[in-house]
Design a binder for this molecule. Structure first.
Ligand code: ADP
Ligand code: MG
Length: 199
């Protein structure tokens, strides 16, 4: 599925896509949060860009871990520690590996979900990034087809429109959060699509 070079290519695409979509993500967060999600993430992934030089000679696990640490220290907001946790847990999982396959990716999604659930004290159905991540994981684990996960994540975004936010800033809106898609579910789907396109 991917060697170190491919993983770095995917990271590069995520950096570019987050930057390209930062206003859209921030717009989504403006409606049900505080309007900083895209800006937060773009700041983090711009910082990741600055450490790419240190990836030379590193394995996939070490690279993902370094990205996670960078995201935690630069993103801010709820999503920083959450995405940071996901990358750090993935890094620990893939420690020492210079190649990863579909099984590794499925496990990577699982440890990311577990880490975010623990850190964010959230479960499925609270209108968060988990509502895109969990269906994406389940779809790919059931089919082993990489395009199924992106489709499931997109359906997860649609699902977040139908439910009330009970975690994060959007929860302050209560019922008024209905009808609006979750920014974090949207940013996760963007990253997943980059994986799907290149892996
Ligand atoms: P903040 O809400 O602190 O401004 P961001 O705007 O960067 O942080 O990120 C908001 C996103 O973070 C939400 O759209 C949601 O997907 C996710 N999120 C917020 N709180 C939690 C939580 N407790 N568990 C999981 N995801 C969360
Ligand atoms: Mg916000």
């Amino acid at each position: 599925m991917a060697d170190v070079k491919k993983v770095i290519e995917i990271i590069d695409k995520i950096i570019a896509d987050v930057d390209e979509q930062k206003l859209f993500l921030t717009e989504l967060d403006n409606v049900i949060g505080d309007g900083d999600h895209g800006i937060n993430l773009a700041r983090g992934f711009d910082a990741v860009k600055t450490i790419e030089g240190t990836f030379e000679g590193k394995d996939i696990g070490a690279i993902l871990k370094a990205i996670g640490m960078k995201l935690v220290s630069t993103v801010g907001g709820a999503s920083g520690p959450l995405y940071g946790t996901a990358f750090m847990k993935s890094g620990a999982l893939l420690n020492g590996k210079t190649e990863m396959d579909m099984n590794d990716f499925i496990e990577m999604l699982q440890v990311s979900i577990d880490g975010i659930m623990k850190r964010g004290k959230a479960v499925k159905g609270e209108k968060t990034m988990l509502d895109a991540m969990i269906p994406a994981h389940d779809a790919i684990a059931a089919s082993y087809e990489a395009d199924k996960d992106a489709k499931a994540a997109e359906e997860g975004i649609e699902y977040t429109k139908t439910i009330i936010a009970t975690k994060g800033r959007a929860s302050y809106l209560g019922e008024r959060s209905i009808g609006h898609q979750d920014p974090g579910a949207t940013s996760f789907t963007l990253m997943l699509k980059a994986v799907q396109e290149l892996a």
